[in-house]
Design a binder for this molecule. Structure first.
Ligand code: ADP
Ligand code: MG
Length: 267
């Protein structure tokens, strides 16, 4: 390993019928650290990922390994090593865990290879199963998996796609504390040789696992840095806590942290 990959976003803008959901975002995400993207509902986080992965069109530039993703169609973006998950799981419920992984791995096989019967479990699939901790459930229909396990399966599907960039849209939403912990550990394990971006609301999870945090608000980058940096930023406190934050004491801020998004009436 000599080169460290970077996903470089420059002037990214997305308009929906005159509404600017992403507004001139400049952002660099680096391999080997856990990058988190946070911000209130409607900030533009999902739209940013949609633009990077070719699901909505955007202007500006998003460079990864010498290519501008904004000029590519979504299937080519996947082949270029950029994968994402969605806020709601997109596994095939009636297919087994193994079959879901095998289909996801198909992006790198030719069409005729897909229809040939293949014996056994390919190494890269077995290895992904083990990494996500679902080896014992390989033959279980994905529909029977617990909520957390479905999200891990989705991450496994990115592993077999050999995604070097993983954009994960709220992967721990709805998870139990143990599942969150296991997910954070999983992301740390796979993060060293990948560029991982996690969208998340839960500040406890962010505090536990984020190496680099970017805060979005109204389509723009409000702040970025370490967890401590962004928590100390008055503009971030303002967005999360409302105007009351300006007068709040440090102790009050520490108690609410940045989680107080829904409690802005507290004064
Ligand atoms: P976040 O993921 O940060 O909660 P989104 O990226 O989903 O925010 O949405 C950002 C803004 O763009 C919101 O105001 C949302 O209503 C708007 N938006 C998202 N998708 C569309 C769309 N397809 N058409 C119009 N407006 C959209
Ligand atoms: Mg979203």
């Amino acid at each position: 390993m000599t080169n460290v990959d970077q996903l470089v976003i420059e002037g990214l803008t997305v308009d929906f019928d005159g509404f600017r959901a992403v507004d001139g975002v400049d952002l660099t995400m680096t391999q080997g650290v856990l990058n988190f993207l946070i911000g209130p509902n409607g900030a533009g986080k999902t739209t940013l990922v949609d633009a990077i992965t070719g699901l909505v069109s955007g202007t500006g530039r998003v460079t990864f390994r010498g290519a501008d993703l904004l000029t590519m169609r979504s299937h080519r973006i996947v082949r270029h090593g950029v994968g994402r998950t969605f806020q709601t799981a997109t596994v095939f419920e009636e297919l087994s865990v193994l079959q879901n992984l095998d289909i996801a791995g198909g992006v790198h096989r030719k069409a005729w290879q897909l229809v040939l019967p293949r014996r056994g479990v390919p190494d890269y699939v077995a290895s992904a199963l083990e990494t996500i901790g679902l080896s014992h459930l390989a033959d279980t229909p994905a529909g029977f998996l617990a909520h957390g396990q479905k999200q891990w399966l989705e991450i496994g599907m990115l592993l077999v796609q050999d995604a070097s960039v993983m954009l994960l849209d709220e992967p721990v939403a709805g998870m139990s504390a143990e599942e969150r912990e296991a997910t954070g550990d999983l992301l740390r394990r796979i993060g060293a040789d990948r560029t991982i971006v996690v969208i998340e609301h839960d500040m406890d999870f962010v505090r536990s696992f984020a190496d680099h945090v970017t805060v979005m608000h109204a389509g723009r980058i409000l702040a970025e840095g370490s967890v401590a940096d962004v928590q100390a930023d008055p503009r971030v406190q303002e967005v999360y806590l409302g105007h009351a934050a300006a007068e709040a004491t440090d102790e009050e801020l520490a108690v609410v942290g940045l989680v107080a998004q829904d409690e802005e009436e507290a004064s």
